[in-house]
Design a binder for this molecule. Structure first.
Ligand SMILES: C[S@@+](CC[C@H](N)C(=O)[O-])C[C@H]1O[C@@H](n2cnc3c(N)ncnc32)[C@H](O)[C@@H]1O
Length: 223
């Protein structure tokens, strides 16, 4: 995408009512929406996050299917989620928002027990050992997810990366978390949950074209 196009999207994001872009100062000095996201949506419906949402395909698809649930796509890249935000506004999907932030700050953005469910869609696997701290299912992230999730809240991980799938399964097993479902090739599994096979993200479509297997894990964090 050209830099002019990016700038245009950044400017448009500023005007979108469904886009929240806090400064680091606002996040670190007690973020006003933490514990108060219901005021953004004007209801007390459950809130589901899509982390590393890119263009936000999951947030949009699930929001259309479940109007009684609020969805928030989180990503650092505003030019990407501009697509999802624009679609949500055009289609009057009032139960979707996009939050521009680092996922590392998630426990400063959402309060204890504020979130019903998390989707992690095609995260960067961060294969190098030195990148472990950025891998979205590492032990430190699981602790933060556990803090913001309701006691029975679940996490869904969809990835093309065998490494990420295996790493996450190993960690979940080793730490004694509850694996509710796991499959290494969901499109070849006739029993795969429909919400997993009904929506393809931007990256996923490319991986499917390349003939890659798509894996899925659904789990509960238990300490
Ligand atoms: C491989 S892309 C997948 C995007 C989308 N979910 C899809 O499947 O098309 C990973 C996304 O995660 C975002 N991301 C990676 N690390 C992040 C972090 N620490 N905080 C916020 N966003 C992050 C990137 O900006 C990128 O949009």
């Amino acid at each position: 995408m050209g830099s002019k196009n990016k700038l245009r999207r950044f400017r448009e994001n500023e005007t979108f009512t469904n886009v929240v872009q806090p400064t680091r100062g606002e996040v670190f000095e007690g973020f006003k929406l933490k514990g108060n996201w219901h005021t953004h949506f004007n209801n007390n419906n459950p809130i589901v996050l899509e982390l590393g949402c890119g263009k936000g395909e999951y947030s949009i698809a699930l929001a259309k299917k479940n109007p009684g649930i609020n969805y928030i796509g989180v990503d650092l890249k505003g030019a990407r989620f501009w697509r999802g935000a624009k679609t949500a506004l055009e289609e009057n999907l009032i139960n979707v928002a996009f939050l521009r932030s680092q996922i590392e700050l998630i426990d400063l953005l959402f309060d204890e027990n504020e979130i019903a469910e998390i989707w992690i869609t095609f995260p960067d696997p961060q294969i190098k050992y030195t990148r472990t701290k950025h891998r979205l299912t590492n032990a430190a992230f699981l602790k933060k997810f556990n803090y913001i999730l309701k006691p029975d809240g679940v996490v869904n991980l969809k990835t093309d990366s065998e490494f990420m799938h295996g790493y996450t399964l190993g960690l979940l097993h080793g730490e004694g978390h509850e694996i509710l479902y796991a499959h290494h090739d969901i499109y070849k599994n006739p029993h795969a949950p429909t919400e997993v096979t009904a929506t393809q993200t931007f990256y996923e479509s490319q991986y499917l074209e390349q003939g890659k297997q798509i894996t899925y894990i659904k789990f509960r964090i238990r300490y």
